[in-house]
Design a protein around this ligand. Structure first.
Ligand code: MF3
Ligand code: CO
Ligand code: CO
Length: 276
């Protein structure tokens, strides 16, 4: 008994009701612009992700580009978070906090940005390779991107969220990787984290039905080892319990009459590393 409601695209502080919003063309236009800015920011970071750079320098670039783009970083002051991005290195699964820590040759790193533009949240993340990266880590990054795109392929009317999760899980587990259960994709729009929860595992034909107008993220976190995560004492940083490497890609998408629109696609074709 999933509830669906026609979204009121004019109400900024649309509270979570548990219902899944069906957005109109105005919502898609808002998300298109916010998603494009997110993609442009992730594109612009490419030449800056180098050995020796502090993650707070990358966060500063995200802040500056977000403001220059007429947006604000949605993560800033979100539930006490005080940065413009999450930067998650190696065994960090998600929500890594930018700081004085420097990137080193061989690292894999996820940068997750959410510009809030004209009231719409463009939520997207990509992996970056720092210099020469061992094949095992590059393989994880490649397969994680495949997982996201296979999930997106299932995002169309008539399918259910379980079809999306199943496509991701099947591909990851074929490679004997672990799919993180503790964090999910989510409805997105004027609300940052809205219904539904988009789980990255599932059984075909189960879960909420996908209908035109739904807008949500898909953001699988895939571990070389076990799926289990633990939270560090800072209350944000999630790491793999077994310290194995973890990768993630995220897009914001909208369900259309015959499939979906990806709002956060790179206009420069910088979908996954290597970017050069
Ligand atoms: N961008 C993250 C997501 O994909 C959320 C980050 S919330 C923060 O949902 F507070 F950790 F920044
Ligand atoms: Co998200
Ligand atoms: Co995100």
């Amino acid at each position: 008994m999933t509830n669906y409601v026609i979204a009121d695209e004019n109400i900024a502080a649309n509270p979570r009701s548990g219902a899944i919003k069906l957005h109109s063309a105005a919502g898609f236009a808002g998300m298109r612009a916010a998603g494009r800015l997110a993609a442009d920011i992730l594109d612009a970071l490419v030449p800056h992700v180098l050995p020796g750079v502090e993650t707070q320098e990358l966060d500063r670039i995200v802040y500056d580009m977000t403001i220059a783009g007429g947006a604000v970083p949605a993560t800033m002051h979100y539930r006490g978070y005080t940065h413009s991005s999450c930067i998650s290195i190696n065994h960090v699964v998600c929500h890594g906090i930018p700081g004085a820590k420097t990137l080193k040759e061989g690292d894999i790193v996820n940068i997750d940005v959410t510009p809030l533009l004209d009231g719409w949240h463009g939520d997207s993340s990509r992996m970056y390779l720092v210099g020469d990266v061992p094949i095992k880590a590059r393989r994880l990054v490649e397969v994680t991107h495949e997982c996201l795109m296979l999930g997106i392929e299932q995002a169309k009317p008539g399918n259910r969220l379980g079809d999306v999760g199943n496509a991701i899980q099947k591909h990851a587990e074929k490679h004997r990787y672990g799919v993180v259960r503790d964090f999910c994709g989510h409805g997105v729009g004027r609300v940052f984290h809205d219904s539904p929860e988009v789980v990255h595992v599932g059984r075909p034909g189960t879960g909420p039905e996908l209908r035109p107008g739904m807008i949500f993220t898909i953001e699988p976190m895939i571990n070389i080892g076990r799926a289990d995560v633990k939270l560090l004492d800072d209350g944000w940083t999630a790491v793999t319990r077994d310290r194995s490497l973890s990768a993630q890609f995220e897009h914001s998408i909208g369900i259309t009459e015959d499939g979906c629109e990806i709002f956060s696609l790179s206009s420069r074709g910088l979908h996954k590393p290597p970017y050069s």
